[in-house]
Design a protein around this ligand. Sequence first.
Ligand code: SF4
Length: 63
Amino acid sequence: MKISVDPSQCYGSGDCVYRAPDVFTVADGFGSVIPGREDAGDAPEVREAVEGCPSQAITLGER
Ligand code: SF4
């Protein structure tokens, strides 16, 4: 599953980085996917990050 973060919904809480630090980072105040990790959406910690994002900014889609 391909991961994407909608910067218009993200407010930079950093929860995603806390849950999956190998996949997410906070840059310029917004959460984003670390380059090259966009296809890590099947990892359990990524699913936790999606469910735990307080603004539902993270989505998983088809590759
Ligand atoms: S958990 Fe959600 S709101 Fe917080 S930084 Fe990550 S994407 Fe943004």
